[in-house]
Design a binder for this molecule. Structure first.
Ligand code: ADP
Ligand code: ADP
Length: 220
């Protein structure tokens, strides 16, 4: 049975829970999870040319330039697993990126289905980012207090070691939030005007946010 292509864009500040929720939605909807931050971190780890270009921006909590970012994500979206949709997490983060995505999808005869905007107050974000830990093997995100692993410092899925991202240190977090409000928050209006935005209260327990998101993305 042919299914309607589904492109979902998760928008929200750093620490809103996009990655946490994307993993759950990916399982529920069977859509590939395309996370620009994960793609950059893989390139940093592999020391690719793209990783070298992106490193200094990521370390300072700045956005990587649009041309580099757009090319990386478009290449990912051109893979066969994305023909029928994708769950975008962390991209777009600027109006130029949003326009590039709209154009690329239009050229394929496709469009964005829905844009859940996960909103969380800044003071909660700082608390979440300072306690965030990631698995070195699979990238799964935990929180030392709010979402701890079953065994200390060890991933529940694969036993991988948990680490703190360098850009989750307080000085960088402050800059990332400033950059979010300046460069990314205009996307909220951009998508609201197109009638695809659905606001989700992200300041609730993880399972409640997940339930609200499932409702928001469900076919009518
Ligand atoms: P993002 O991808 O938007 O930056 P993450 O999904 O990595 O955010 O979540 C940031 C941190 O907050 C992680 O440590 C995660 O475990 C924790 N977290 C995510 N959602 C919630 C929630 N609803 N309540 C409490 N903590 C949360
Ligand atoms: P978070 O989960 O905390 O929102 P990400 O993992 O999505 O952070 O991104 C980490 C860093 O990678 C960003 O601070 C930025 O430097 C870079 N980055 C990720 N996505 C983009 C994007 N769409 N445009 C520009 N830079 C990006």
């Amino acid at each position: 049975m042919a299914t309607e292509p589904k492109f979902i864009v998760l928008v929200g500040p750093p620490g809103a829970g996009k990655g946490t929720q994307a993993v759950k939605l990916h399982e529920a909807l069977n859509l590939p999870h395309v996370a620009s931050g994960d793609l950059f971190r893989q390139n940093l780890k592999d020391e690719t040319e793209l990783g070298l270009k992106a490193r200094s921006y990521i370390e300072r909590g700045e956005l990587v330039p649009d041309d580099v970012t757009i090319a990386m994500v478009m290449e990912r979206l051109s893979q066969p697993d994305c023909v029928n949709g994708a769950l975008l997490d962390g991209f777009p983060r600027t109006i130029a990126q949003a326009e590039a995505l709209d154009q690329a999808l239009a050229a394929r005869g496709q469009k964005i289905s829905v844009v859940p905007y996960i909103s969380v107050p800044d003071e909660v974000l700082v608390e979440r980012l300072s306690g965030r830990r990631l698995c070195r093997v699979c990238g799964k995100s935990y929180h030392i207090l709010f979402n701890p692993p079953r065994q200390p410092r060890m991933c529940d899925e694969d036993g991988g070691e948990l680490y703190q991202r360098d850009d989750d240190k307080p000085e960088t977090v402050r800059n990332r939030l400033k950059v979010y409000w300046e460069r990314t928050s205009p996307l909220i209006d951009y998508y609201r005007r197109r009638g695809v935005l659905v606001e989700i209260n992200g300041d609730q327990p993880i399972e409640k946010v997940a339930a609200d998101l499932r409702t928001a993305v469900a076919d009518d």
